[in-house]
Ligand binder design. Structure first.
Ligand SMILES: [Zn+2]
Length: 268
């Protein structure tokens, strides 16, 4: 396409002149269609959380922030660095998920203390950090109630629905997936304009990770199998939290062991 750009002139110049189509644009269109056709084979459905603010409650509902379901009074994870309770980032009620239903809850806790700054002290951006606790638990009985020791408790947003959206792999992952595509700048621009063939850059359940740097799936610490995306958090979407400089985090799960969960994030 670079070669064609030279032959037929610069696209932006043509746009400025108001030329509706030319050979170059037709070629870009053709290339775009081919790209989408290839990527369609890798299309997944991701689910965007639809949330509603709620008073912090120790319920078993799926939620972002707020209070977790607790099996007993000592069940709220404590950060080993600051000795305070970790913030609940996410609770998923696995019976209420739109697909892949299971029983019990997945809970993701993350220490948001800034004094000390546990995120950097414990390198919480790497999966399996001690500053993060992700676990799968059974619902046994009514929740214990606890007054948490957290500097700035996040308000609770209950997930009342999941909105399905088409999701596609990030270009960083193409090689690993055997996708033989080299995205031309013009084609990529069209993909962005039309919002087609790209990984969704929002908080979402399942689908494909939006990688900020490179492909960073963690590996099961026993079986060494690549983990799979459960939930993606972007900075300050539903969570009042910034991962570094507008980073994106991923909660992943081992295909071999449901209890092997990891959370890591990266920013550019
Ligand atoms: Zn801490």
């Amino acid at each position: 396409m670079k070669f064609l750009n030279k032959l037929f002139g610069n696209k932006s110049e043509n746009q400025q002149k108001g030329t509706p189509t030319n050979s170059n644009q037709l070629n870009i269109e053709k290339e775009f269609k081919k790209t989408i056709q290839i990527l369609n084979e890798f299309k997944r459905t991701a689910y965007l959380p639809v949330v509603k603010r709620n008073a912090n409650t120790h319920s078993t509902k799926s939620k972002i922030g707020g209070f977790p379901y607790l099996r007993n009074a000592e069940d709220w994870p404590i950060c080993p660095n600051c000795k305070k309770n970790m913030q609940l980032f996410l609770q998923l009620n696995l019976e209420e998920l739109p697909i892949k239903k299971d029983s019990g809850l997945i809970q993701l806790f993350y220490c948001t203390s800034t004094q000390p700054h546990c995120e950097s002290d414990l390198e919480a951006f790497f999966p399996f950090s001690k500053g993060v606790n992700c676990r799968m638990i059974k619902i046994e009985h009514g929740s214990s109630t606890v007054v948490p020791n957290i500097d700035e408790q996040f308000g609770e947003k209950v997930i009342i629905d999941w909105k399905p959206v088409d999701d596609f792999p990030h270009f960083e992952e193409y090689a690993q997936l055997g996708i033989d595509l080299e995205l031309d700048d013009d084609v990529y621009e069209l993909m962005e304009q039309r919002n087609m063939g790209l990984p969704v850059e929002n908080d979402k359940l399942f689908g494909w990770p939006y990688w900020v740097q490179s492909v960073e799936y963690p590996y099961d610490r026993n079986s060494e199998k690549q983990m799979e995306l459960v939930f993606q958090f972007i900075s300050e979407d539903n969570l009042p939290y910034m991962f570094g400089d507008v980073g994106i985090g991923h909660l992943t799960q081992s295909p071999d062991n449901k209890n092997e969960l990891g959370f890591g994030w990266a920013c550019s």
